[in-house]
Design a binder for this molecule. Structure first.
Ligand code: NIG
Ligand code: FE
Length: 408
């Protein structure tokens, strides 16, 4: 059914098709229409305008929004949404004073999630993932990336990726899947696990077409820059572009190599030396910051404001996972980015909508209110503005979420 939404107080992020990611000062502007209408047809945005030139058409179902704000849905370009169990016991260890690395050394962390996932059935994993993804969409996410990386055996990594493939079938939003076999070493024989990734996992993933991207946790105690290079080189052979975890705790040189491999994005960046900022500025690789992770495990926030001040583009994502960021709420990510990273509400909003689409190569489909893009948008509760998304931290500002023009 075609619909027209009328009396929209603010229709935010109205743009023509954008071919370039927003860099630097351009991130401070969110073009909007006041007192607007929005037409939706066949799941797409058909047209928009202002109420003073609105012409009624009886073939459209009319939804009077009585001044509510409409924004595009968020795009969450970095999540680990498929997992077997929460790690709330580690949360308590953290409260009692242990840090992320000591918890991992004590048998917690990624390997803890892997043990549980290896034992979980496909159906159980799918059920949990379905529930979380539904909740994420209800909280405003209209396109998402989901990583493997809690399997760490051939069978378990394939099982995870098959769960993601099933979510792609069942859910109405764009989903991209990323192979993160190189998330942690499951046993002491690192050479052997590298071989498992390169010679067993990757060919199988390629033959079943289970991944869109390849990832690697390049960090002290995890994968070295050299190991990451081997993995990204193999990824090239199997047509998987990189999106990588780098510079979370230490700068060990991963950014330079990720750029050389044409990475779509480099994610985390809590530790970002000036020299690597310069490399990023001269590249097409997108910096992605994950403020939920910094907040939750109490580590420095990525220098997001500096990234913007240096004229770079910025994307923000949730990093939703059971260990370091157990929230998929992109509104909260906007709050953290403003409060802790000193971004303007407009900068945070662009970093989670327009720019975030580029980090998943979905800029032609989602991220803005644009004729011909998917009708994925959020209707706010009454009396909300763009500022309120970040300002009212932890408060639900959403009245309803529309995906492909249908109420979710
Ligand atoms: O992005 N840093 C690596 N991976 C995840 C955390 C995974 C976990 O602790 O389970 C992250 O923060
Ligand atoms: Fe992550």
């Amino acid at each position: 059914m075609q619909k027209v939404f009328t009396n929209i107080g603010t229709l935010a992020q109205v743009r023509a098709f954008g071919t370039k990611i927003l860099r630097g000062a351009l991130m401070a502007d969110v073009p909007s229409l006041k007192n607007a209408w929005l037409k939706v047809k066949d799941g797409l945005i058909e047209d928009h305008g202002t109420m003073d030139e609105f012409q009624a058409d009886s073939t459209y179902e009319v939804i009077d929004l009585q001044g509510r704000m409409v924004t595009p849905t968020f795009i969450d370009s970095h999540t680990h949404l498929v997992f077997a169990a929460d790690r709330d016991e580690e949360f308590v260890m953290k409260i009692k004073g242990m840090d992320y690395q000591s918890i991992a050394a004590a048998g917690g962390g990624i390997v803890n999630s892997a043990r549980k996932l290896q034992e979980a059935s496909f159906e159980a994993l799918l059920d949990g993932a379905r529930q979380r993804l539904s909740e994420a969409i209800s909280s405003g996410t209209g396109a998402i990336e989901i990583k493997s990386g809690y399997g760490l055996t051939l069978e378990a990594e394939i099982k995870m990726l098959q769960v993601i493939a099933q979510l792609k079938q069942e859910f109405p939003i764009p989903i991209k899947s990323t192979f993160l076999g190189a998330h942690a070493f499951p046993h002491a024989d690192r050479e052997k696990y590298m071989k498992t990734i390169l010679q067993e996992m990757l060919p199988e993933i390629y033959s079943q077409k289970l991944a869109d991207y390849i990832d690697c946790f390049c960090e002290e105690g995890y994968f070295t820059v050299d190991q990451m290079c081997h993995i990204l080189e193999a990824g090239e052979k199997y047509e998987l572009k990189p999106k990588v975890h780098v510079n979370q705790f230490n700068a060990i040189g991963g950014i330079e190599k990720a750029i050389e491999f044409g990475a779509v994005s480099v994610d985390h960046l809590e530790v970002l030396p000036e020299s690597e900022m310069v490399l990023l500025k001269d590249s097409d690789t997108i910096p992605v910051a994950l403020p939920g992770c910094s907040f939750f495990i109490n580590i420095p926030f990525a220098p997001a404001k500096k990234i913007i001040e240096n004229g770079l583009p910025l994307v923000l994502a949730s990093d939703f996972n059971p260990g370091s960021a157990p929230s998929f709420n992109m509104g909260l990510i906007n709050s953290l980015a403003t409060m802790k990273m000193k971004l303007l509400p407009e900068e945070a909003f662009n970093a989670t909508t327009y720019n975030a689409a580029f980090a998943l190569e979905l800029q032609e489909e989602v991220g803005t209110i644009t004729k011909g893009k998917r009708a994925n948008f959020i209707v706010s509760k009454p009396n909300r503005t763009l500022n309120s998304i970040a300002y009212n931290f932890g408060v639900n500002w959403i009245d309803s979420v529309y995906i492909n023009g249908e109420r979710f």
